[in-house]
Design a protein around this ligand. Structure first.
Ligand code: CTP
Length: 464
């Protein structure tokens, strides 16, 4: 493929290089399907030329406004762009894009590890260009800007977040000068579109140990400018010598624990937000010490606003996060020995198919430093799992569907849609969850007639 690109560039008499992430990942031995090609000239023209060579094989998308073209080549996505420099001026959200030489293009990139380029030109095919000692920095595992970091970060403030993302994703450190510049310029992250911020943030969330990135986000001062609720979790209050734990660090521990068990982004979000309302529900009482009463309820209410502010999807993924935040204390309550079957049924009913994820979150929530305590809690959860399994096998409450529909009730009493029908439906559900009747159509029908009569309804002639 690179040979063909080389051939096409030589026909057009332009210089061409593979550059950036793909070259970096080659040195890091990471698999990457995104290839960036920089052309000293017109990137779109080169991509079109290639497409014409194989009209049916590849899909070409041209973004004239951005001066870029994307060619889908088997499993590869190849982006062609002319050498350029991009920068955000002052408070503007729109970058200024200007044509530039190859040297300038390289110098205006984010980190030295991303400035590596390999020539695809006939006279120097395969030669590595490493102007800023990127290979050395890859070996040293350090993120450093090619120019003065104040310039690099002001060209695009998102790069401050990218530094944190790469640090978290690759387990690299951020060079001291760049780190100081991030602290100095942190507030400028506000001019970046939230969708771009979240792209990077979610890559931090998906890294092997997300706490690395999240701690850096807080310590650099970036976090408070786009996610103040999470920043606010940090800190310890102490009254009469009694202190509560730092909820930010606790949350990160839960997130790391969970990340060992699941790669799913949204369960990781549930872990991130499970204690989000603790600062707003915090109380101190001389007798009981610190409490965070109702934080799971207030927390689940906060999820939507947070998702809205962060421009995250307001769809079933958000509802899933809300549900796990709301229910995250319930399995702990079930681990008490005198728990009733009805409490177990209620949890199965409310969690539905997400019960296993909820249990996973709760186990990750055990962050005690005392191994004996951890062992005890894990053993308790084993009991909870057994109880859940036992009751589910018996009562089939997970994904519960009412054994009697609204239509059934209406025809049984010959009435139209009404408040009474809703009341009877609810009473049947409650009776099943409380274990007063079995989760069967037969029992539910009998109970329905009793409830209807209590409400003054009369059986329809043909009902049985
Ligand atoms: N780049 C940059 N500044 C940015 C974004 C990107 O200088 N704000 C440059 C870097 O040279 C980067 C290249 O453009 O390597 C491609 O960017 P992108 O595809 O976003 O990132 P990758 O480095 O390829 O990393 P990943 O694939 O992990 O996203």
């Amino acid at each position: 493929m690179f040979e063909i690109i080389s051939e096409a560039a030589s026909e057009l008499n332009v210089k061409v290089y593979v550059i950036g992430g793909w070259v970096r990942d080659l040195f890091l031995k990471r698999d990457s399907k995104d290839i960036d090609i920089v052309v000293v000239g017109n990137g779109i023209q080169l991509a079109e030329n290639l497409k014409n060579k194989f009209p049916s094989k590849h899909k070409l998308s041209v973004f004239k406004n951005f001066g870029t073209a994307m060619l889908k080549w088997d499993e590869w996505e190849i982006e062609f762009v002319g050498a350029r420099k991009e920068s955000y001026r002052q408070e503007s959200r729109k970058p200024i894009v200007e044509n530039a030489s190859l040297e300038e293009d390289i110098s205006r990139r984010d980190f030295t590890i991303n400035t590596l380029a390999i020539s695809l030109n006939k006279d120097s095919y395969g030669k590595l260009l490493d102007v800023y000692c990127g290979v050395e920095d890859i070996n040293k595992k350090v993120l450093k800007t090619p120019l003065d970091p104040d310039i690099t970060f002001s060209d695009d403030p998102l790069r401050m977040l990218r530094a944190v993302r790469f640090a978290s994703q690759l387990s690299f450190s951020i060079d001291n000068k760049s780190l100081k510049a991030i602290k100095r310029n942190a507030e400028r992250i506000k001019i970046v579109a939230m969708e771009r911020v979240m792209d990077e943030f979610n890559k931090i969330m998906l890294s092997e140990k997300p706490s690395i990135g999240l701690k850096l986000l807080r310590n650099t001062g970036l976090l408070k400018h786009f996610f103040p609720e999470l920043d606010k979790l940090h800190g310890i209050d102490s009254v009469n010598g009694k202190a509560h734990k730092d909820n930010f660090l606790h949350t990160l521990k839960v997130l790391d624990n969970l990340s060992e068990l699941s790669d799913d982004l949204w369960i990781r979000w549930a872990a991130l937000l499970h204690d989000i309302a603790k600062p707003d529900t915090k109380k101190f009482d001389n007798e009981v010490g610190w409490s965070f009463h109702g934080h799971e309820y207030l927390g689940h209410l906060m999820v939507e606003k947070i998702f809205r502010n962060l421009k995250l999807p307001l769809n079933e993924k958000m509802k899933y996060v809300q549900k796990l935040v709301l229910l995250h204390l319930r399995p702990i309550a079930l681990s008490e020995s005198d728990v009733t079957d009805s409490a177990v049924r209620r949890l199965l009913f409310e969690a539905g198919d997400d019960i296993d994820d909820l249990m996973m979150l709760c186990e990750a929530d055990i962050t005690s430093a005392n191994p004996l305590k951890v062992k005890k809690y894990l053993k308790n959860f084993e009991q909870v799992r057994l109880k859940l399994k036992e009751i589910e096998e018996k009562d089939k409450i997970r994904n519960w569907q009412p054994p009697i529909s609204g239509e059934d009730i209406m025809s049984a009493f010959n009435v139209g849609p009404s408040r009474e029908v809703g009341m009877i439906k609810k009473a049947i559900r409650e009776a099943i969850l409380d274990g007063k009747i079995l989760n069967s159509r037969k029992d539910a029908l009998e109970f329905m007639f009793q409830e209807g009569e209590k409400l003054g309804l009369t059986r329809a002639e043909n009902s049985h």
